[in-house]
Every structure is written in structure tokens, then in C-alpha cells.
Design a protein around this ligand. Structure first.
Ligand code: ADP
Ligand code: ZN
Length: 633
């Protein structure tokens, strides 16, 4: 009997990266915003109360009507104003005039009385409308003003309340977009991957006639300042098409529905100008997996996200609209965004290595007068971990320093000084990895990579990196499928599980203990085992039964509390045991395999420690060498 198929693509994202994120750092921004909000609300109330009390009483004294008549009889009242329901006036007491107010009673004798004591009196029909405006609408406006201010401070609504709904996407005409690939250095791989898109945008018809399939959404993944925006602009510049850009945080507004309207507007504008590029910066601000931040306004973000998904599904690539987005936190994105037909193509824009840094320095040094003896490769060697933006900043700082000193060109001295300044700034912001930590990460990633190469069915390793503070806090191993897959066999799932466990096992073998670095690996591994037992009926003990009917993307997070359970507690226990057993069994076999390859593991890790990045080819060469040396003796 043929094995049950899932009908899903094996790899929903084309590349497969094991990110090692390190222990989760708690973000305390929410707390700050919360106390900030409270402060503003309190301030707003205070203002309202002050205005109210000022308007209602001011420094006037409220007295009973009887007292008013007594004072009148004593001749102490000089003038009054009679309103429809109050009487106001001045009371002379101890030589001073005090303002008073009293409720007006239906008193026939009042007017003759007033005349009798020679009081100046006027009647007035109070303008209730004006009063209402001053005492209620004004404070309300003040509250709105403060709210607006607060929203802006939180990065929510930079535009104010009145022009919502209008897309703030900036359109760069094609002659404005002068950025080309010339201006982007040290990102050769990313440029190569984007080349296809440029071809398509230049001559969409030719491309389609040949039957080319074009991705709709491209996600640029990389740390801030690595040049993601620059790359997207360069694609537009190379293809000579308009460029629409918008930041994910622009979409998240204070009113439900505004973000969604903006998305609609943006896509409508873009479709008119096709072929073109839509660029969404900070996609994570908009596309956070649901339920991550209980404080944020859910409805609004969800609606906006849904609108984006709907627009992406709705339009036809043939028109030539390509959506590019950038994020530095791909792991928090809503899985729906990464499904086929949406952002299914991922391009990694990592921190540059030494050659990349030199190339970037060259690009930015074009605009300044650099002394002849300055060697940019030495500067590149001095700046590990710097991103493109840091390097651009470095050249600029050095030029400023030279100008301040009155020199006519920038010398090595200024560059050194600028490096020290920027480094001091960066060290404060970023944690530096210790030597021991780096070693652990190197062995961990080597474990993943070796397992990926040793298992029969897994995709070959494309690249391993332990560049400090790259896209993952610690390191990553990237595999690239050689073909598109639609089914997975039990063996393939198990092999994949082994690759996930490889990192942890390597740590255990070498250091005798496990760090927190790979906690994400373990949860992914558990998910695979869970799916095997509950969804695909791949367990020997429980047999070919499906326990989980709910649809969800394969191997992506299971949202707790979402699954309907239609089996007994006893079965549940058995399922848990079975899941545990699958993971345990894999763990043991991975441990045996890596123990056999202990020497090779050390070699790979040491090479990685030296070079920080290891290409797949190089890894395979090391493996081959190891096999040959084992055969000879
Ligand atoms: P991101 O969008 O990834 O945060 P940006 O594209 O905004 O980064 O980069 C900020 C600036 O840094 C760019 O305008 C450019 O001057 C410089 N820069 C970044 N990466 C590169 C690069 N690869 N080559 C040349 N300049 C770069
Ligand atoms: Zn890992």
C-alpha cells in the first residue's frame, strides 16, 4: 500500500536554516511603554479636572438663596447678573468685593427688592452651547492630542489622526532610483539570487514566454545595517522600475482598519505602476506570530496582516509586481507569511566577512579623499562584526576627523581613531561572545552540519557560520535542497530529526554538558516526532491512526490549546511515550555516529573557529579527507 502522503511541499522555505538563537533575552520595552502610557493618562485626567473646576467655580463662592436675600437686605450687594438658572453677582464684604453664585428660585419679589436696594441688575441668557464646548470638547481635544503624541512616541502613528487610510508609501520614480549593484558590496551571494528577479522585471513578457516561474515575495533576512534596504533599492535601480517602500511599523495604527486600508492603497498604487517593486521594511512589526505580545493591539495588526496576505494571494505575478520585505527576526514571523505563494524565497544578507568589509569600505571611500598609503584591507581586518552601515559610518567619521584637523586627505591615523570610537559605541550595545562560548557554538554547528552530510536523505550543507552576532545570535547551519519535494518518507523525517539533534549531541560529546543555545532545535525535533505519531500515523506501536485532524503548516509551531482531542487519556499517555521514544532513539543513534567521527568533528569545529564561515564544499572536502585517512592504516 502506498504510504499516506501529506500533499505538502517538504520545504516551504527554499533554504533551511538551523538558527541557534541563544537564550531568549527579555525585552523590557513593553514595560517602559506601559508606565509611559499610565503617566500620560494621569496627566490628561489632571488637565480635565483642572479645567472643569476652574470653569464651574473659579474663585466664586456658592451661597444659598436665603443667604443671598439676607445679604441683599443688608445692602451688601451692588450688582447681579440673572441667568436662566443661576444668579451671579458681587458681594461687598469687609470692604472687598467677592464673587458669588446662587441657584435661582422662582421668586416674584426679587426684582422689586433689587430695585429697592438700588442694585444694578442685568438678565442674561446663558450660552449653554459655548459652555459645553469649553468645558467638555476642549478637554476632549486635549486628550486626543496627548493620545496622538503618545502613539507617535510608541512608533504607532507618525502621521496624526486626520490623514489615516492614505498610504504613506513613498514612490521613487525610476530616474530617482540611482542605486545599483555597484553600490552594494560584499553581498555577492544575495546579488546573485536577486539577479533572476531583475531579469524578470526588465522583460517580464520574454520571461513568461519561456515559462519562467517568478516568486511573489522575497524575504531579505539579516541584521540591521547589513544593506537589506540598499539591496532592494538596487534591484529597482538595476531593473529601472519604480520602488514603493513602506515600513511594517507604519501599518500598525491606532484605529482598527487603518493599516488594512493602507495595505490596499499601497497595492493599488503599485499595480498601476507595474512592473515595480514593493518593499516592506521591518516586516516583523506587522507579521509577528499571533499571541506573542499581549499588550499590542491585536485586532489592528491581525487585520492588517490578513489584508497583506489577501493582497499577496490576489494579485498575479505576471503583471510584474514583486514584493520584497526585510526582517532581522525571521523566527517570530507568522507562519502564514512564509507559505508558498507568499514570502517563500529567503535571501540571507549576513554580516560581511573580511573581503566583504574591504569591498564595502571601497564603495564608501569613493566619495572621500583617502591618502595613498591607507590600506583598506588592514582596516577590514580590524573591524570584524561591523555591518555595512557601521563601515559607512566609519568612513564618514574618519573624513570628519581629518577635516577637523585641517588635513587635505584622510590618513590611517583618522581611520584608527574612528574605529576606536565606533567600537566603543558598539561594545556598549552588544554583548561580546567569550572564547569558550564561541567554541561551544562551533562544535554545536559542526554537529548539525556533519549529521546533515552523514544522513542519506538530507539536503547538502550550503554554509555554516559562527560570525558573532550574525542573523542568529550564535550561529547557523544552512542546507539547501537540491530539488523540490512534495512528500516525505518516514526515513526522511527521522534523518531530519537527527540533524536537529546533532548540535546538542556534539556539545555533550565534547564538553560533557549541554548549553541553552540549542533549545529551539529541541522543540523543532519534538514537533517532528509529534507530527509523525499524531498526524502521519508513522508509529509502530500506535499504528496507522491519525490523532490530529486540524490543518496546520507542517513542522511549524503548534499553537497550544488549539488542537481538538478525540482520544482517551491513556492514549494520550501512550502518544507522549511514543514521541519521547522517537526522540530518544534518534538521540542515541546520533550520539553513536558522532562519537565515531569525534576526530572529524574536532577538525570541522577548529576550521570553523578559524574562518568563522565554512562553505559546503569545504566541509565535504574535510569529510572526504577524513574517510581516506581512515582507510589507509
Ligand atoms: P538595513 O536595511 O539592512 O538595515 P540599510 O540598507 O538601510 O540596512 O543600510 C544602511 C546603510 O549602510 C546604507 O545606506 C549603506 O550606506 C550602508 N551599507 C549597508 N550595507 C552595505 C553594503 N553591502 N555595501 C555598501 N554599503 C552598505
Ligand atoms: Zn542548533
Amino acid at each position: 500500500m502506498p504510504r499516506k502522503t501529506t500533499g505538502k511541499k517538504k520545504d516551504e522555505t527554499r533554504t533551511n536554516i538551523f538558527l541557534d538563537l541563544g537564550p531568549k533575552t527579555k525585552n523590557n520595552k513593553d514595560n517602559k511603554t506601559k508606565s509611559f502610557t499610565l503617566f500620560y493618562i494621569a496627566a490628561a485626567f489632571l488637565v480635565v479636572i483642572i479645567i472643569q473646576s476652574y470653569l464651574s467655580t473659579g474663585d466664586t463662592k456658592t451661597i444659598p438663596y436665603s443667604e443671598f436675600r439676607q445679604e441683599l437686605a443688608k445692602g451688601k450687594i451692588s450688582e447681579v447678573t440673572i441667568n436662566s438658572d443661576t444668579i451671579q453677582g458681587t458681594l461687598s464684604q469687609d470692604g472687598k468685593g467677592t464673587r458669588f453664585v446662587t441657584a435661582r428660585v422662582d421668586d416674584q419679589d426679587l426684582v422689586p427688592e433689587l430695585q429697592k436696594y438700588n442694585v444694578k441688575f442685568t438678565g442674561q441668557n446663558e450660552n449653554k452651547f459655548m459652555r459645553a464646548i469649553v468645558s467638555w470638547i476642549l478637554p476632549f481635544l486635549i486628550i486626543i492630542l496627548i493620545w496622538n503624541l503618545l502613539m507617535r512616541r510608541m512608533g504607532g502613528a507618525p502621521s496624526g489622526v486626520l490623514n489615516f487610510g492614505k498610504s504613506k508609501g513613498r514612490i521613487y520614480g525610476q530616474d530617482e532610483m540611482k542605486v545599483t549593484f555597484e553600490d552594494v558590496a560584499g553581498a555577492e551571494e544575495a546579488k546573485e539570487e536577486l539577479g533572476e528577479i531583475i531579469e524578470f522585471l526588465r522583460t517580464p513578457q520574454k520571461f513568461l514566454n519561456l515559462g519562467g516561474k517568478i516568486p511573489k515575495g522575497i524575504l531579505l533576512v539579516g541584521a540591521p545595517g547589513t544593506g537589506k534596504t540598499l539591496l532592494a533599492k538596487a534591484v529597482a535601480g538595476e531593473a529601472k522600475v519604480p520602488f514603493f517602500s513602506m515600513s511594517g511599523s507604519d501599518f500598525v495604527e491606532m484605529f482598527v482598519g487603518v493599516g488594512a486600508a493602507r495595505v490596499r492603497d499601497l497595492f493599488a498604487q503599485a499595480q498601476e505602476k507595474a512592473p515595480c517593486i514593493i518593499f516592506i521594511d521591518e516586516l516583523d512589526a506587522l507579521g509577528k506570530a499571533r499571541g506573542l505580545n499581549p499588550l499590542a493591539s491585536h485586532d489592528e495588526r491581525e487585520q492588517t496582516l490578513n489584508q497583506l496576505l489577501a493582497e499577496m494571494d490576489g494579485f498575479d505575478t505576471k503583471k510584474g509586481v514583486i514584493i520584497m520585505a526585510a526582517t532581522n527576526r525571521p523566527e517570530i514571523l507568522d507562519p502564514a507569511l512564509l507559505r508558498p505563494g507568499r514570502f517563500d524565497r529567503h535571501v540571507l544578507v549576513d554580516r560581511p566577512d573580511i573581503h566583504g568589509r574591504e569591498a564595502i569600505l571601497k564603495v564608501h571611500a569613493r566619495g572621500v579623499k583617502v591618502a595613498k598609503e591607507v590600506d583598506l584591507s588592514t582596516i577590514a581586518a580590524r573591524t570584524p562584526g561591523f555591518v555595512g552601515a557601521d563601515l559607512a559610518n566609519l568612513v564618514n567619521e574618519a573624513a570628519l576627523l581629518a577635516a577637523r584637523k585641517g588635513k587635505d586627505s584622510v590618513t590611517a591615523e583618522e581611520f584608527e581613531e574612528a574605529i576606536d570610537r565606533i567600537l566603543a559605541g558598539l561594545e556598549k550595545k552588544r554583548k561580546v561572545m567569550s572564547k569558550k562560548e564561541k567554541e561551544i557554538v562551533a562544535y554545536h554547528e559542526s554537529g548539525h552540519a556533519l549529521m546533515a552530510e552523514l544522513m542519506e536523505t538530507t539536503d547538502p550543507v550550503h554554509k555554516i557560520s559562527i560570525i558573532p552576532r550574525g542573523i542568529a545570535a550564535l550561529g547557523y547551519t544552512m542546507q539547501r535542497p537540491t530539488e523540490d519535494r512534495y512528500l516525505m518518507t518516514r526515513k526522511e523525517l527521522l534523518d531530519r530529526l537527527s540533524v536537529l539533534l546533532g548540535g546538542r549531541v556534539a556539545e555533550e560529546i565534547v564538553f560533557g554538558e549541554i548549553s541553552t543555545g540549542g533549545h529551539d532545535d529541541l522543540s523543532k525535533a519534538t514537533d517532528i516526532a509529534k507530527s509523525m505519531v499524531k498526524e502521519f500515523g508513522m508509529s509502530d506501536r500506535l499504528g496507522h491512526v491519525v490523532f490530529e485532524k486540524e490543518r496546520r503548516p507542517m513542522f511549524l509551531e503548534i499553537s497550544p490549546g488549539n488542537s481538538s482531542k478525540d482520544y482517551s487519556e491513556a492514549t494520550a499517555r501512550e502518544i507522549d511515550n511514543e514521541i519521547k521514544e522517537i526522540v530518544e532513539k534518534s538521540y542515541v543513534s546520533v550520539k553513536t555516529m558522532l562519537n565515531d567521527k569525534r576526530e572529524l568533528l574536532g577538525k570541522v569545529a577548529q576550521t570553523l573557529l578559524q574562518k568563522e564561515v565554512l562553505e559546503g564544499e569545504e566541509l565535504r572536502r574535510l569529510i572526504k579527507e577524513d574517510m581516506e585517512s581512515n582507510v589507509q592504516p
